[in-house]
Every structure is written in C-alpha cells, then in structure tokens.
Write a protein that binds this ligand. Sequence first.
Ligand SMILES: [Fe+2]
Length: 283
Amino acid sequence: MNIKSIIDLKNCPINRPQSVEYLEMVKTVKTGLAEDGCAVLSNFLSNDGLDALVSEAEKKKSQAFYAKSKLCNVYLAQGNAAEDDQHPQNIFLERSNGFITADLLAEGTYAHTLYYWEPLRSFLAACLSKKELHIYADPVSNMIINLCKPGQTFNWHFDTNEFTITFLLNAAESGGHFEYVPSLRAADDECFNEVKKVLNGDRSRVKRLDLNAGDLQFFLGRFSLHQVTPNTGATDRLLLIQSFTEKPGIIGNPQRVKDLYGKVTDAHKDRIDERVRTDSLLD
Ligand SMILES: [Fe+2]
C-alpha cells in the first residue's frame, strides 16, 4: 500500500500545505492545544490504512512487553521517603498495559512508513508551532503501539515528553476511555495539592475524550495529568504513538527504556547523557 493510501488525504490533505483545508486543520489543532492541551482530527486514517495498521499490530501482539513493576506513581518515578504516604510521589497505581516496541515495527511496515513520511512531520510541526521536528532517535521507543487488553489500564500519569502524537487503531468496546486534567501542573510548579485531589477521586476538573479508530490526537501530556480507564470490553484497545524531538539524535534514558520497554540497544549504551527538558519537574 502506498503511503498516500494510509491517510485519508481527501478528508485531511496534509500533502497540500497551501490548501484552505490544510490551514483550517492547523488552526483547529492550534486552538485546541492552546485552550485545552488537546486536539483531535477525526478520521485521519483511511479505512484501508486503518485495516493495514491493525492487522500489522495484531501479528506483533504476542511480542508485546509488559513491565514487571505494575505499580507506578504519576511521575513514573521513585517514591519520596521524605514525604508521607499520601503525597502524590508515594501514591502508586496500577499500570498493566503492554507495548509493541519500535524494533518490531521495522522498515517496510505500515507503521514505519507512516512515521517516516516527511509531509506528516511537516504538518505536525506546523500544528505544534515548531520550526521543524525530527524523528526521535530512540530505536526501542520512538514509535510504539500501546496494547490495552480487556481488564488492563494505564492509570493517572504525566508524560516526560512535552507533546504526544497518537493514532487510535482500535477503541475498546467499553471502558478504555482517555481522561485528562488540562494544565494540572506548570513548568515551575508541581501543584501537588491539585494532583492529590485527582488521585483522591475529585473529578471536577477531569475531562473525557471519546476517540474513534482512525483519529489523530495531539496531546500536551507534560502538564496535563491523564489516564486510560480500565478496558471493560472483550477486545484489545490499540493505540499507535509517535514521538518527535526538536533536536536530532536524542535517545531515551537507558534505565527508563529498559523499565518501560524491556530492552535497550547499543545506541543506549553509547548515549550521551543530555537533559533536554527545559523545566525541572519530576519525571
Ligand atoms: Fe501518557
């Protein structure tokens, strides 16, 4: 299948940057991100493209990695012994989803072809107000499929990345909802009390987004707490996640990559420890 058949270019002409439709899409995304930290372009993938990506994911599912430690705090980091057990750093929640890692989606796969298609990257950069975006150089985690089987969940957390690009490949039949609390913390403030309220069940600021298979979602997950609720249906929820960086050659922290995805490569051993974040927030 040609790359141009994976995306519904009639509905979302990202290969025609001068078109009115293109500019409208960029505007829609920018507005959503500014107001809510979140934006969706519905039916972004074509039916054929969606089918191809799903069947590719189905073939790789048996090789998905599940982390041994199933309890994580919202920072996906260590607890803090200096704080009490009600502090957000010390509240550990279940994370039971698995990941099909990038090394299983090699060159020639539909997922790889989509990720490396330059017009897509240019379009994403325009939507995110970035001069340019680079492929995240991490060979294990730059493009992954989040696999949430019946009964599994990915509880409240913040992302390390400023933004995330996802394509829902298969929605859960029930449950498996994406929920988020926009701008719960800021670059200079962890807002621990607000985080604690959500973890204690306060839903007054929680928003739920109903996504459909084929949708493209932009999300600023560094500051917005978010979760995928338990999958209560009988089928797997599948989500393709693409990561990009503003500078080339960035790869993940080896320990974190090993913990989350179960493997590292020689590239991780040679990694120069470069902190790329512009804030001092907990992971
Ligand atoms: Fe996340």
